[in-house]
Design a protein around this ligand. Sequence first.
Ligand code: TRP
Length: 486
Amino acid sequence: MTREKPKNLWLSRWGFILAATGSAVGLGNIWKFPYITGEYGGGAFVLMYLACILAIGIPVMMTEIAVGRRGRGSPIDAIGRVVHENNGNPLWKAVGGMAMLSGFLILCFYVVVAGWAFAYTWKMLDGSLAATSVEALGGVFEAHNANPWQLGGWSVLVALLTLWIVAKGVQQGIENAVRWMMPGLALMLVALVGYAFTSGSFDAGFAFLFHFDASKITGEALLAALGHAFFTLSLASGAILTYGSYVPDGQSIARTTFMVAICDTLVALLAGLAIFPIIFANGMSPSAGPGLIFMSLPLAFQQMPFGTAFGVLFFAMVSIAALTSAISMIEATVAYLNEQHGISRLHAAIGAGAVLLVISLLAMLSFNLLAGWTPLGKNFFDWLDYLTSRWMMPLGGIFMVVLAGYALRCDILREELNLPPTGYALWLFMVRYVSPVLILVVFLNALGWLLFDPVQRWYWIAGAIGLLAVAGELLRPRVTSVLIGR
Ligand code: TRP
């Protein structure tokens, strides 16, 4: 079978690395990572998180890029072609469909959060953050959310910017945008860490992030680390797979993946090093939750020299990080409409954007007019978050590794990954045995089905990996023929 000719390719080796890093680095890194690190015990959590990135994040990301590049298309098409190359069952395309839908639904609520960052960049400038206490700043945050026009306006602005960039195409739009946004982001981060270094509380921030306490290694924390590894690398949501489909043939997938994962982790750690010293220097609590950066940081910025400048820098950085992530969430949908249905990227972006605006409008209104509409105890915003991160992403992740590890003939992805034998064996072991079991555990845990105690849980997991390895090796030919549907 002849391979599909790529329609779009990144212009340079850096195109993919910057775009994928842009996708990976987002609110997950700048807000969530430092916060959950504090919650789950600092250095011990950082270590577990790094282990999860290595054991699952990197193998799964390599798989997504390899499938994307092999199939040369949006998730549905790429998976369809790769499976077709195995004479497999076209039903596997549903995995691509679900990934695409996950990315789209994540964007529906992500624009609201990104809108906060954009709004706060502006508010830093226009003086509306001049309140003098955390409570008063909390009031500003609530007032912002209570006003549907204000909240909605900023969210719509983010959505329009995202669609505009994506409509312009892979090279002209996305690659062009990330080429200046990512270095800008890096510079802002360095400036902020530099400031934090001189703030007098750098040591406290550093200790908070890196103090290792072995007693903090618990099952719960490992699960949190695992879930975050998935989210922060934008896996199982069509983003990386679609970006992977634009990677030129000669580029090393493994090396590229490591670059992206290292950059993503570095940004998370640096964000922690920038934020916590500022919080500690101003005597605030590091565990303030979702409002942390919006309610306490503006107060800290007021009290420091050149605070307005640093504040603008900070929220602009969060905005850019969120925007480069948002782009990746809708790219799969636009690529799909463009490649599969021949709709121009502009029209695809307008069409997808119209649906996006309707669904995200409900997410925006969850904070004001529709705040009382909480079917089964969650408002619409929370439902989107819950459905995507608790159900769709873990499910998509499992299907992806099962596809790569069991259903596809080995030579296809081996050729695509082009690794030395040990590297390939290691990847295969992770994808076949380690990732499915660990993702399944996260998934079951989210459902509340893993009730045995956290320490014992890890014996079960190790046992399950071992069992699966033995059973998988014995039964694999049969498993493969069942999965591929022949
Ligand atoms: N990785 C981004 C973050 O850390 C979020 C993100 C971007 C994402 N694209 C995604 C999450 C696709 C899931 C799916 O904020």
